[in-house]
Design a protein around this ligand. Structure first.
Ligand code: SAM
Length: 248
C-alpha cells in the first residue's frame, strides 16, 4: 500500500518549508496540488520536478476514486495546498477521511498555518482558542454567526478576505462591543507583515485611515468574553454562606 503524506507548505516566505517537507516532496511519486501553478513555483524553488495532479474543492469528490486507487496500488502521494496546512480552510478532508476509512497509511508533515502563526504573536490568551475559519460572506449570516459567539470565552480566530475586513470589524464591534480587544494580522511571514492589537473600535479606525491597508491576507483574532460562569459560582457560594448562617 502507498502512503498519503499531508504536507504543510509556507504561507508566504519560502524559507518556512521544512527540511522534512522538502524531503517528502522529493521522494513521492506524485504531488496532489490545490493549484498546480502555485505548487510548481515551490517545487522549482526546491529544484524538484514532479508529476502534479490538481486536487481542489471543485474536483476532490470526482478525483477521489482515482487517488485511492493510486494509493492501493502502492504509489506514495503528497497532498499540498496553495499555502499552509492542507484541510485548514483548504481542500483535502474528503480524501483524508476516505483514506482513513480504507485503512490506507496517512502521515502528517507539519509546518506553517496562518492560525498558529497569527496567534503566536497576537498577545491574546492561547491556552484555549476557537478557530472559526471564514465567516459567511453575506452581511446577515455573518452578523448571526458573530452573535452566536457572544458568550464565547476563548480567543476567537477568523480568516478574512481583504475586501470584507472592514465590514467584519464593524459587525464584531456590534456583536462583542467596540471596546473588546482584538488583533488584525496581515501578510504574515512576508515583507509587509503587520500584527496590530487594539480595541475593535480602534482597529476599525486604523483600517479606515489606511494605517492598516486592506491588502494581502488577513487573520482577525478577538479576545473571549469575560467568564460569566465564574461570576455565577461566586454568587452561588455567597448565597450558600448566607443561608447557612441563617440556618445555624
Ligand atoms: N491552509 C491555510 C493555513 O494553514 O493557514 C489557509 C488557507 S485559506 C484558503 C487562506 C486564508 O488564510 C487567507 O484568506 C488568510 O485569512 C489566511 N492566510 C494565509 N496566509 C496568510 C498570511 N501570510 N498572513 C495572514 N493570513 C494568511
Amino acid at each position: 500500500k502507498g502512503t498519503l503524506y499531508v504536507v504543510a507548505t509556507p504561507i508566504g516566505n519560502l524559507g518556512d518549508i521544512s527540511t522534512r517537507a522538502a524531503w517528502v516532496l522529493a521522494g513521492v511519486d506524485r504531488v496532489l496540488a490545490e493549484d498546480t501553478r502555485q505548487t510548481r513555483r515551490l517545487l522549482e524553488h526546491l529544484d524538484l520536478h514532479k508529476t502534479l495532479t490538481p486536487l481542489h474543492e471543485h474536483n476532490e469528490d470526482r478525483q477521489l476514486a482515482q487517488v485511492l486507487e493510486w494509493l492501493r496500488s502502492g504509489e506514495m502521494l503528497a497532498l499540498v495546498s496553495d499555502a499552509g496546512t492542507p484541510l485548514i480552510s483548504d481542500p483535502g478532508f474528503a480524501l483524508v477521511r476516505a483514506a482513513r476509512e480504507q485503512g490506507l497509511p496517512l502521515v502528517t508533515i507539519p509546518g506553517a498555518s496562518a492560525v498558529t502563526a497569527a496567534l503566536a504573536v497576537a498577545g491574546l490568551p492561547t491556552d484555549r482558542f476557537v478557530f472559526e475559519g471564514f465567516l459567511p460572506p453575506k452581511a446577515g449570516a455573518r452578523r448571526r454567526a458573530l452573535e452566536a459567539l457572544g458568550r464565547e470565552t476563548r480567543t476567537m480566530v477568523f480568516y478574512e478576505s481583504p475586501r470584507r475586513v472592514a465590514g467584519a470589524l464593524a459587525d464584531m464591534a456590534g456583536a462583542f462591543g467596540g471596546s473588546r480587544v482584538a488583533v488584525v494580522a496581515r501578510e504574515l511571514t512576508k515583507a509587509h507583515e503587520q500584527s496590530v492589537q487594539g480595541t475593535l473600535a480602534e482597529l476599525a479606525d486604523q483600517v479606515a485611515d489606511g494605517r492598516i491597508p486592506l491588502k494581502g491576507e488577513f487573520v482577525l483574532m478577538v479576545a473571549g468574553a469575560e467568564a460569566e460562569a465564574a461570576g455565577l459560582d461566586v454568587e452561588v457560594d455567597h448565597l450558600l454562606v448566607q443561608l447557612l448562617t441563617r440556618l445555624s
